[in-house]
Design a protein around this ligand. Structure first.
Ligand code: ADP
Ligand code: MG
Length: 294
């Protein structure tokens, strides 16, 4: 059975207590030296005729942290959903670990999708919310609970398994959502503006914790934001997109070692990267303004 791909919630504690693998759905092993995500001239026109994405080429290597940055409507979510197999490209191909997305066995466990909203079941406790993907995969209760506790520990919520979502702050709800995404031990996290609704300080903390998890777990992360600063702080590489029609315009490597400290946010290097991305976005929107109206 394929699982619906659902959202995830984080701490930088390294993984402790290796939980048993999910046996309900065998996974394809990643093909070594192939990109985790690859778009080959992948484009999308919706059935109402909206040209959401011109053909794009993108490669995200295994273990990489890549961010898609661009204004609203430039096709970021469309591209991410195609990578998850939630949408099919109109032409071209999306590949995961060297295989067409639809052909990846155990895809629902191998990748997790995190949305901007925590999308928790309001009536269910944290334990049940995080256990959901394992329940859907038919993992026995006792084994599932072990895995949930390990995931909650990773996001710094080990004391909250009996809490209801409404008893938690927005940042904590997002951590629950990330724990739910981690509980299947995915190799790939697709994150669509996951911290966009949070206050700045909470967002900074979650950004740092996410980097800790990414490093500790050896994840591949494809992250979406329209915040230049978040893109610079997190990424090894930022892919800049533009709208009308959606397309990739440039990319920038953020050549700064991880882990990244809060001091990086106020460094000269940081401002330099932010400036380059700002210029890139402005160039793209100028080009829009000088082209004929759609
Ligand atoms: P972003 O995430 O960068 O804001 P989206 O990928 O959501 O951009 O949308 C890209 C374009 O496709 C926008 O013009 C949007 O209105 C349009 N779009 C998104 N989803 C649909 C849909 N299901 N049907 C028709 N048009 C859509
Ligand atoms: Mg979007």
């Amino acid at each position: 059975m394929e699982l619906p791909v659902i959202g995830l919630g984080l701490a930088s504690a390294s993984s402790s207590g290796t939980a048993p693998a999910i046996d309900a759905a065998p996974r394809d092993q990643p093909v070594p030296n192939t990109p985790a995500v690859e778009a080959v001239a992948a484009e999308k026109t919706y059935s109402n005729g909206t040209r959401a994405l011109l053909p794009v080429d993108l490669r995200v290597q295994q273990g990489e942290f890549v961010t898609l940055l661009g204004p609203s409507g430039c096709g970021k979510s469309t591209l991410l959903k195609m990578a998850a197999g939630l949408l099919s490209p109109s032409a071209g191909q999306m590949r995961l670990w060297g295989r067409p997305v639809d052909g990846v066995r155990g895809r629902a466990q191998a990748l997790s999708f995190v949305f901007q909203e925590a999308t928790l079941m309001p009536w269910a406790r944290v334990m049940a919310n995080v256990r959901l993907p394992l329940d859907l995969a038919g993992v026995p209760r006792a084994a599932a609970e072990l895995r949930v506790r390990a995931a909650l520990q990773r996001v710094g919520l080990d004391k909250f398994e009996n809490a209801l979502p409404r008893e938690l702050s927005g940042g904590m709800q997002m951590r629950v959502s990330i724990a739910r995404a981690l509980v299947t031990e995915p190799a790939l996290l697709l994150m669509d503006e996951p911290f966009g609704a949070l206050d700045e300080i909470t967002r900074w903390r979650l950004d740092s914790d996410l980097l800790g998890l990414w490093q500790a777990q050896g994840l591949t992360v494809l992250f979406v934001t329209h915040s230049i600063h978040e893109a610079v702080f997190l990424s090894q590489r930022v892919v800049v997109m533009a709208a009308r029609p959606g397309r990739i315009v440039e990319e920038l490597r953020i050549d700064e070692p991880h882990p990244r400290s809060p001091g990086f946010r106020v460094s000269t290097a940081f401002s330099g990267f932010a400036r380059q991305l700002q210029d890139s976005l402005l160039r793209a929107s100028d080009a829009d303004n000088h082209s004929a109206p759609a």
